[in-house]
Ligand binder design. Structure first.
Ligand SMILES: NC(=O)c1ccc[n+]([C@@H]2O[C@H](COP(=O)([O-])OP(=O)(O)OC[C@H]3O[C@@H](n4cnc5c(N)ncnc54)[C@H](O)[C@@H]3O)[C@@H](O)[C@H]2O)c1
Length: 399
């Protein structure tokens, strides 16, 4: 048979559900109602989240009442490994999980990545449901079916693409999220809107600016408690936050459903990520010591994924400014615009590594093909191009 006779059917992106902004027992009932349509549930819950969130403990009680076995997940980048995924699979074997099993991931991007990966390989693939509990996972990691673990000090280098049955987004879960993790998600949300939605980019940047100013006023000026203040601010802005989470999730779902296996358009979602992954890899190697400092309110160690994305966004904007000027004789001037917005939102975006240091890692990026990387370059806020460049050329432009 000639190759052109073979029809490839793209896998559709399964549904995501977004529920209201409140703490409302009917939301838990709605979620457990959705889950009760599956017979063989196995839940994996972020250990820290379970300790911090009453809502998640209530959910665990409901799941237990449904006879669902549960396992705690260590949600750290160090534990995001093949060994942890193997342990999840051993546990599923011990519990007698068969091919009808449905795994439920409750946690941030580390948890949904590891559970999604286990679901992709266990008995050649079982179904899974995501209940993301961080802003980053609600707008990005828990949508789109990509999952992966770190391997040999490279980020997410082993993984699969397998769509979740449902991603259940409940913004109220964010009320216990620490400010630093919230801002990491904010960076990922801004990235999404730079790709496709300039109007919501402005709305999100203004919201995070307001939240950051209110926090600084209360904590730095009035000496109020950091954690309580932040929770109050998240609750106060929950309505706008819900709208923005929904809009960002829609952008991602739309792009992924057009290109689920990243053969073309989905590459846009990697805006800033080639630099971000290099930064995370270097930080893992040097123990994150170039990031360790005080930010005025708390001691900062290492770099989170979202913080690396924020730095990656400013570097991508710098590369874009220089590429368009050099190669196309166009002026974009986005670096200042994006880095000022990130700074105003309270998201750190200074890069402590040289382009040469990053280049060594970028050459091993999982998206590098024959020495060429598909770099995503912002042309304006709301529009990006995917341009194939060698790492050497990028180094020359960025020097
Ligand atoms: N698969 C994808 O498409 C994709 C996309 C983006 C990022 N990622 C991955 O996602 C990971 C980052 O995800 P993340 O930022 O969600 O990190 P995470 O899962 O590590 O969560 C961050 C921290 O917040 C805690 N936490 C989670 N929810 C909480 C809550 N509601 N209240 C209090 N604490 C809570 C966790 O215990 C953890 O300490 C990275 O490993 C990254 O590679 C994957």
């Amino acid at each position: 048979m000639e190759n052109q006779d073979i029809q490839y059917q793209p896998v559709p992106v399964k549904s995501f559900v977004i529920v209201g902004k409140d703490k409302n027992a009917s939301v838990e009932k709605y979620l457990t109602g959705l889950l009760s349509t599956y017979d063989h549930l196995y839940a994996f819950i972020d250990k820290q989240l379970m300790m911090k969130s009453q809502v998640v403990r209530d959910l665990a009680v409901e799941l237990q009442a449904m006879g669902c076995p549960m396992r705690a997940v260590e949600a750290t980048e160090e534990a995001k490994t093949m060994d942890s995924v193997m342990e999840m699979c051993s546990w599923l074997m011990d519990k007698g999980a068969d091919r009808d099993a449905v795994l439920v991931a409750v946690g941030g991007g580390i948890t949904t990545d590891m559970v999604g990966f286990a679901a992709g390989i266990y008995k050649r693939g079982v179904r899974y449901v995501n209940v993301p509990s961080t802003l980053l996972a609600q707008v990005d990691a828990a949508l789109g079916g990509k999952s992966g673990v770190n391997f040999e000090k490279y980020k997410n280098i082993l993984g699969v693409i397998r769509q979740p049955e449902i991603t259940f987004i409940w913004p109220y879960l964010l009320t216990t999220l620490p400010r630093r993790d919230f801002l990491s998600g904010a960076a990922e949300m801004l990235k999404t809107f730079i790709i496709e939605d300039g109007g919501n980019y402005r709305k999100a940047a203004d919201l995070f600016f307001d939240m950051s100013s209110e926090y600084n006023m209360e904590v730095l000026m009035n000496g109020k408690d950091e954690k309580k203040t932040w929770t109050g601010i998240v609750e106060k802005h929950m309505g706008t936050l819900c709208e923005l989470i929904k809009a960002a999730a829609h952008v991602k779902a739309r792009i992924v459903s057009r290109d689920p296996f990243e053969k073309g358009e989905r590459r846009k979602l990697n805006l800033g990520h080639t630099f971000a992954h290099a930064i995370e890899t270097l930080a893992q190697r040097d123990g994150g010591e170039r990031f360790n400092s005080h930010d005025g309110t708390e001691e900062v160690h290492g770099v989170t994924h979202g913080e690396a994305v924020a730095i990656g966004l400013t570097l991508a904007a710098r590369l874009a400014d220089r590429y368009y000027r050099n190669d196309r004789n166009e002026i974009t001037a986005l670096e200042g615009h994006i880095s000022n917005d990130l700074w105003d939102c309270g998201i750190p975006c200074f890069c402590p590594y040289s382009i040469e240091e990053m280049a060594q890692v970028m050459k091993k990026d999982k998206k590098a093909e024959g020495g060429i990387i598909h770099f995503v370059l912002p042309r304006s806020v709301g529009e990006v191009d995917v341009v194939d460049l060698t790492v050497e050329y990028v180094c020359r432009l960025m020097a």
